[in-house]
Design a protein around this ligand. Structure first.
Ligand SMILES: C[S@@+](CC[C@H](N)C(=O)[O-])C[C@H]1O[C@@H](n2cnc3c(N)ncnc32)[C@H](O)[C@@H]1O
Length: 171
C-alpha cells in the first residue's frame, strides 16, 4: 500500500512538473511524426536528439523507419521511465538513449539532427546553445516555432495538422 501511494505521488508530481513548467507534454500527432520521418533521407546511424523527448515516439519512429540513433532529453522522470519501457519493448535499447534532465544543461554537440516541439521563448534561448555546441552542417527541426537569426534552410507544412516546420542548418 505504501509503495502504491508512493508510485501515485511520483506519477502526479512528475506530470504536474511537465504540465505546468516550460513547454508542457503535448506529443506531436501521428501525421506530424510521419512528416518528420520523411523530411530527410536520414543516413542510418545519424544521431538525432529530441529536446524534450516526451514519450519518445519521435525517436522510436525515426529509428524504426530510418535506422537513426536517438538521444532524448526529458525533464519528467515519469516520461523518461515510460520512454525507456517503450524503447525496450521495441527492441531499440542499443539505438536510443533517454537522459533525465534539463536540455539547457545537457551537451548536444554530437547531434546531426535536433528535433524540437517547444515554445518560442525556449527556442530563442536554445539558439545560443545551438551556435555554441552544434557542429557545422547540423540540422535543427523546429515544429511550429521559428528562431530568429539562424540560417533557415526551408519551411515545410505538416499536411494534416498544418503545423509549420522550420528547418535550420548550422553553418
Ligand atoms: C510539447 S512536448 C514535445 C514532446 C515530444 N518531443 C514530441 O514532439 O511529441 C515538450 C516536452 O519537453 C519537455 N521539456 C520542457 N522543458 C524541458 C527542459 N528544459 N528539459 C527537458 N525537457 C523539457 C516537457 O516535459 C515535454 O515532455
Amino acid at each position: 500500500m505504501f509503495l502504491l501511494t508512493l508510485l501515485f505521488y511520483w506519477v502526479c508530481f512528475s506530470l504536474y512538473f511537465t504540465l505546468f513548467h516550460d513547454a508542457p507534454f503535448v506529443p506531436l500527432k501521428k501525421s506530424d511524426v510521419e512528416k518528420l520521418v520523411t523530411l530527410f533521407a536520414y543516413p542510418p546511424n545519424a544521431i538525432v536528439y529530441d529536446l524534450g523527448s516526451g514519450n519518445a515516439s519521435n525517436l522510436i519512429a525515426l529509428t524504426r523507419r530510418c535506422g537513426t540513433r536517438g538521444v532524448g532529453i526529458e525533464k519528467s522522470s515519469f516520461l523518461c521511465f515510460l520512454s525507456r519501457w517503450r524503447i525496450r519493448r521495441a527492441g531499440m535499447d542499443s539505438q536510443i538513449r533517454i537522459h533525465w534532465g534539463n536540455f539547457m544543461k545537457t551537451d548536444i554537440h554530437d547531434a546531426n539532427y535536433v528535433v524540437c516541439y517547444l515554445f518560442p521563448e525556449i527556442m530563442q534561448k536554445l539558439k545560443q546553445k545551438f551556435l555554441r555546441e552544434l557542429r557545422s552542417g547540423s540540422i535543427i527541426i523546429s515544429f511550429s516555432f521559428p528562431m530568429r537569426d539562424l540560417q533557415l534552410l526551408r519551411v515545410e507544412e505538416s499536411p494534416e495538422t498544418k503545423k509549420k516546420i522550420f528547418i535550420y542548418q548550422i553553418t
